[in-house]
Ligand binder design. Structure first.
Ligand code: NDP
Ligand SMILES: CCCCC/C=C\CC(=O)/C=C/C=C/C=C\[C@@H](O)CCCC(=O)O
Length: 329
C-alpha cells in the first residue's frame, strides 16, 4: 500500500491566502485495478488561477487543484510504461492513481537535456496562454507595439519573447528592479518597475509615445484602467488575467473603460487557454522548437519540498517569482 500526502483547502481564503488556510492529510492508496496506473508527483505547479478557482469550484476539505509532472511508478495500463513522465491535473498530492484518460504525455522528442518541469511552464499551459493569447486574441502583426504586465512571470515572459519573434516592439512591466533587468536580458525593448515609477501614465507614454496596438493584460485593476487610455486606434486588449483583483476582500470600483473603448474603437476580449485544447499539440511543438533554438529563454522559481506548497503558492501571489513558480516534490 502506498500512502500519499495531500494538501487540502482547510478554510476558504479571505484576502491573501495564509498557510493556516491549508491542511496536509495522508491518503492510503488501494492496489491498482486493471487499466490503472500509480504515479508520483515530481514537479508541481502553483498558479494564480488557483486563487479565484478555489473560491468558485472548491469546498473546504477538498484537495487543492493543480497540475504536476508525474512519473509512472506502477502500471496495469499497456498505454503507459513504468518510468515514463506525464502531465496530470491531480492537484496537490505526492502520489495518485489514474486510469490514464486525464494524463498528457510530454511532447514527442522532448530532449533529455531539457528539464521536464518546463512542461508546467514555458512548454505547458502558461506558454500556450501566451501563444494563443497573442496569435488568436491580440492577433499581433509585425511592426506593432505590444504591452504586457506581470511581464517577468510564467505567461508574461513568454508573451514578450513571442512578440519579439513576431517582429513587434515589446514593453513590459514588473514589480522589482531584478525583474526589469531580466526583461531586458530576454529582449524586451522597454521595461519598468510599476511599483517605483512616479507616474504609470508617464512611464507608459515614455516607453511608447505613439501608444500600443496590443495590450496583453495579466493584471487588470488600476494598471489596465490607465493603460487603456494609451491604446492606438483599433487596438486589441487580450484580457488574460486580473491578478490585482484575486486577493482583494472588497471588489474595487475602478475608472470606467467605455470612453476610450469607443473613441479608439478598441477590441477587448477575455479568454481561457483551454479554448484551444484541440490545438495544444501545435502550440507545444512551436514552443519546444523556439526553446531548443534559444529564441525563447526559460526561467523557473523552484521551491524545494512538497511540504512547502502553500508557501510557494503565497510567494507567487506576492510576486516572489521570476518565471514559472514550481515546487520540486
Ligand atoms: N486566461 C488564461 O487562460 C490564463 C490566465 N492566466 C493569468 O495570467 C496572469 C499571470 O499568470 P502567471 O504567469 O501564471 O503568474 P506569474 O508567474 O506572473 O506570477 C504572478 C505575478 O503576478 C504579479 N502580481 C501579483 N499581484 C499583483 C498585483 N496586485 N498587481 C500587479 N501584479 C501582481 C507578480 O509579479 P510582479 O512582480 O510583476 O508584481 C507575480 O509574480 C494571471 O492573472 C493568471 O490568472 C494564467 C494562465 C492561463
Ligand atoms: C477575479 C476573477 C478572475 C477570473 C479569472 C481567473 C483566472 C484566469 C486564469 O488564470 C485562468 C487559468 C486557466 C487555466 C487553464 C487550465 C489549467 O491547467 C487549470 C485548469 C483547472 C482545473 O480544472 O484543473
Amino acid at each position: 500500500m502506498v500512502t500519499a500526502k495531500a494538501w487540502v483547502l482547510k478554510k476558504h481564503f479571505e484576502g491573501f491566502p495564509k498557510t493556516s488556510d491549508f491542511d496536509q492529510k495522508m491518503i492510503e492508496l488501494p492496489n491498482l485495478k486493471d487499466g490503472e496506473l500509480l504515479l508520483e508527483s515530481v514537479f508541481l505547479s502553483v498558479d494564480p488561477y488557483m486563487r479565484p478557482y478555489s473560491q468558485r469550484d472548491m469546498k473546504e476539505g477538498d484537495i487543492m487543484i493543480g497540475t504536476q509532472v508525474a512519473r509512472i511508478v506502477e502500471s496495469k495500463n499497456p498505454a503507459f510504461t513504468v518510468g515514463a513522465f506525464v502531465v496530470a491535473r491531480s492537484g496537490w498530492r505526492t502520489h495518485f492513481i489514474s486510469d490514464g484518460k486525464d494524463l498528457q504525455h510530454l511532447p514527442p522528442n522532448w530532449p533529455e537535456s531539457l528539464p521536464k518541469s518546463l512542461a508546467l511552464g514555458t512548454v505547458g499551459m502558461p506558454g500556450l496562454t501566451a501563444y494563443f493569447g497573442l496569435l488568436e486574441v491580440c492577433k499581433m502583426k509585425p511592426g506593432e507595439t505590444v504591452l504586457v504586465n506581470a511581464a517577468a512571470g510564467a505567461v508574461g515572459s513568454v508573451v514578450g519573447q513571442l512578440a519579439k519573434i513576431g517582429g513587434c516592439k515589446v514593453v513590459g512591466c514588473a514589480g522589482s528592479d531584478d525583474k526589469v533587468a531580466y526583461l531586458k536580458k530576454i529582449g524586451f525593448d522597454e521595461a519598468f518597475n510599476y511599483k517605483t515609477v512616479t507616474s504609470l501614465d508617464e512611464a507608459l507614454r515614455k516607453a511608447s509615445p505613439d501608444g500600443y496596438d496590443c495590450f496583453f493584460d495579466n493584471v487588470g485593476g488600476e494598471f489596465a484602467s490607465i493603460a487603456i487610455n494609451q491604446m492606438k486606434k483599433f487596438g486589441r486588449i487580450a484580457v488574460c488575467g486580473a491578478i490585482s483583483q484575486y486577493n482583494v476582500s472588497m471588489p474595487q470600483k475602478g475608472p470606467y473603460l467605455q470612453v476610450p473603448m469607443i473613441f479608439q474603437e478598441l477590441q477587448m476580449k477575455g479568454f481561457i487557454v483551454t479554448r484551444w485544447n484541440n490545438r495544444w499539440e501545435e502550440g507545444l511543438k512551436a514552443l519546444l522548437k523556439w526553446v531548443m533554438e534559444g529564441k525563447v529563454k526559460c526561467h523557473e522559481h523552484v521551491t524545494e519540498g512538497f511540504e512547502n506548497m502553500p508557501t510557494a503558492f503565497i510567494g507567487m501571489l506576492k510576486g516572489e517569482n521570476i518565471g514559472k513558480a514550481i515546487v520540486k516534490a
